[in-house]
Design a protein around this ligand. Structure first.
Ligand SMILES: Cc1ncc(COP(=O)(O)O)c(C=O)c1O
Length: 493
């Protein structure tokens, strides 16, 4: 098509916020991409166009030079300006088929989608009985902002591309904290700072497993990590838990060839029991003889109300088969997205390189602020303070359940963590109850949610209950929440 025909309707608007040279540039570019100005078509001389649109020659020259620089036009001195003849516009843009129909997700990509891969996230203000959330009303934002302001006044010199393992002063501070409070055997060289436990487990599984390698996960267990493992192409093998934690004998007899075990020994999610010492020793003995890795997810061990935190599984490990994973999501807050791996020395370098490929390293300033927060004693103070705050909230919840709901519910393990499992005395569909909770202003999570979707429903028989988060909810609201739950259950049963 001739140039004058393809832009016959174009009017340049001198009143527009878009400069006139840019209006012309966009119009010509659009005509080329749409195919109305085909390859090889000659454009009019600048003088002719300036008369045609009533603008200065410079305006036309500016538009042409931008199109020449981007490769839409080519110019030969003395011969004129042409639409580039080498543009494969028709193939690239006009085939008419949406791209996704030509190329669907890869088999690996499919593992990142679907209901089992979906990770719910917190939406709107915290309300009874949101899980996975610490009490932000107890967080010392004033201290944090003072430390952060100081950090910006005297920025650390590592503001370029930093060590993929993370900010060294933070790794040193964490190593000291983990040795003292969790009995973890480690130095800063073994620590890799990650974007939460979520990335830590994805990194570990991606680097240690071949596709379809078997991994034991707790049943019921934490769906977030199962999703990470599945995305890393692992074959998920659910191993039941009982009142001593993971049933190791069941795992050994059903999946003896497993390459990795994921376990929450301090505070099983969601049922809350602590793994017994015989089970810990049984697991470690089998794993080291079988050359299986054990990932210990120690997400909320700071919160033990009946005494000091228990020693970690890693502290018992003599063969170096335990990979310890920690997070700041519970003790500080999830939006910080800071977690860490304590790797056996032989794996630390490889994990560090893997972390670099994923995202170079965790953002530096939050790491530097956290290092100061720990070194200057605020971290330990915050843990002591929140332990008291959460203990009061847990007691409030226990008392309110005892007073209002004891005919409907029994209470599970109560000694640790930020949430409380409760079981219905009568069989019911806890998913239906959790959904109905929304109409009563409640945020509820049914225990059946934590079971593997792939398991036959028969495995869920008898499992109906709720996981009630209490740490983020002030006592008065906890009491109101229990009243609402009481009203809801009266309606349902
Ligand atoms: C068992 C378990 N591990 C880890 C986490 C924390 O994950 P992240 O560190 O990715 O925030 C949670 C949070 O709910 C959890 O329940």
């Amino acid at each position: 098509m001739h140039f004058a025909d393809s832009l016959a309707t174009l009017r340049l608007d001198p009143g527009s916020a878009t400069p006139m040279f840019r209006q012309l540039y966009l119009a010509i570019k659009q005509a080329i991409l749409a195919g109305t100005l085909g390859p090889g078509v000659q454009l009019p001389p600048t003088r002719e166009l300036s008369t045609m649109f009533g603008v200065s020659r410079q305006t036309i020259l500016n538009a042409y030079s931008q199109l020449l620089a981007e490769g839409y036009l080519s110019g030969v001195v003395g011969k004129g300006t042409f639409v580039s003849s080498s543009l494969p516009i028709a193939n690239a843009l006009n085939s008419g088929k949406p791209h996704q129909l030509i190329r669907p997700l890869s088999a690996r990509g499919e593992r990142f989608t679907g209901p089992e891969a979906y990770l719910p996230y917190h939406q709107g203000a915290s309300r009874a009985f949101r899980i996975g959330m610490p009490g932000l009303d107890a967080f010392p934002f004033d201290v944090w902002s003072r430390l952060e302001a100081r950090c910006w006044r005297r920025p650390p010199h590592e503001l370029g591309y930093g060590d993929p393992a993370g900010y060294l002063p933070l790794r040193e501070a964490l190593a000291g904290y983990l040795r003292a409070s969790r009995g973890v055997q480690c130095t800063a060289d073994q620590i890799i700072i990650t974007s939460g436990s979520q990335q830590a487990v994805y990194l570990i599984a991606t680097m240690l497993l071949m596709p379809e390698d078997k991994v034991w996960v707790e049943e019921p267990g934490y769906r977030g990590i199962n999703a990470s493992l599945r995305a890393a192409e692992a074959c998920i093998c659910p191993v039941p838990v009982d009142n001593e934690g993971l049933n190791v004998a069941h795992g050994i007899s059903h999946y003896p060839e497993a390459r990795l075990v994921y376990v929450t020994p301090t505070h099983q999610l969601p049922l809350g029991m602590t793994m017994s010492l015989p089970r810990r020793l049984e697991l470690l003995g089998w794993a080291s003889a079988n050359k299986t890795w054990v990932v210990e997810d120690d997400y909320d061990s700071e919160y033990r109300y009946g005494g000091p935190p228990l020693a970690s599984l890693q502290s018992l490990d003599k063969s170096g088969c335990v990979i310890y994973v920690g997070t700041l999501s519970k003790v500080l807050f999830p939006g910080l997205r800071l977690g860490y791996i304590v790797a056996p020395p032989a794996l630390a370098q490889a994990f560090t390189q893997g972390k670099a490929i994923m995202d170079r390293h965790a953002p530096l300033v939050p790491q530097a602020v956290l290092a100061d927060f720990i070194q200057e004693g605020h971290f330990q103070r915050h843990i002591r303070r929140t332990r008291d705050v959460y203990a009061e909230r847990r007691d409030t919840l226990l008392r309110a359940i005892d007073a209002r709901l004891s005919d409907r519910l029994t209470v599970g393990a109560t000694d640790t963590g930020l949430h409380l499992p409760v079981m219905f005395r009568q069989p019911c569909d806890d998913h239906v109850i959790a959904k109905a909770g929304l109409d009563h202003g409640l945020e509820l999570r049914g225990l059946s949610y934590f079971y593997n979707e792939t398991q036959a429903d028969t495995r869920r028989v008898g499992v109906c209950g709720l996981l009630l988060g209490f740490a983020a909810i002030p006592p008065a609201e906890i009491r109101r929440g229990v009243d609402r739950l009481h009203a809801l259950l009266n309606k349902q049963f």
